[in-house]
Design a protein around this ligand. Structure first.
Ligand SMILES: C[C@H](O)[C@H](O)[C@H]1CNC2=NC(N)=NC(=O)C2=N1
Length: 97
């Protein structure tokens, strides 16, 4: 199955069940990451942005003081795909610094 095909509801629930902090919000996977200050949050945004460019797959990012909300959805597929879960798991690794 292509990574750009929509995942089943069960597959999405399985990802959410094994990746604390991630939630399904309609057609997207969302997680809010806390950071100790603004510059740590900006650093995370930059790491995610560079990974997104490498993979040609781009999240919505909401940067605030001490937190970043990340939202993954595959616009071309109209929903959540394996590429979104792959990138969400990568964000978890990148959030560690
Ligand atoms: C042409 C380009 O490859 C596509 O528009 C890519 C770019 N980044 C993307 N990012 C996301 N999140 N969904 C997409 O469908 C998507 N499509």
């Amino acid at each position: 199955m292509s990574k750009r095909e929509q995942l089943s509801g069960d597959a999405i629930a399985s990802f959410v069940g094994t990746h604390p902090g991630w939630e399904r919000a309609g057609d997207a996977l969302e997680r809010v990451y806390p950071f100790p200050d603004y510059s740590a949050a900006v650093g995370f945004v930059m790491r995610v942005a560079l990974a997104a460019e490498r993979r040609d797959h781009h999240p919505d990012l909401l940067l605030s003081w001490g937190k970043v909300k990340v939202s993954w959805s595959t616009h071309d597929a109209g929903g959540i795909t394996g590429l979104d879960t792959e990138m969400a798991a990568l964000c978890d690794r990148l959030s560690a610094g």
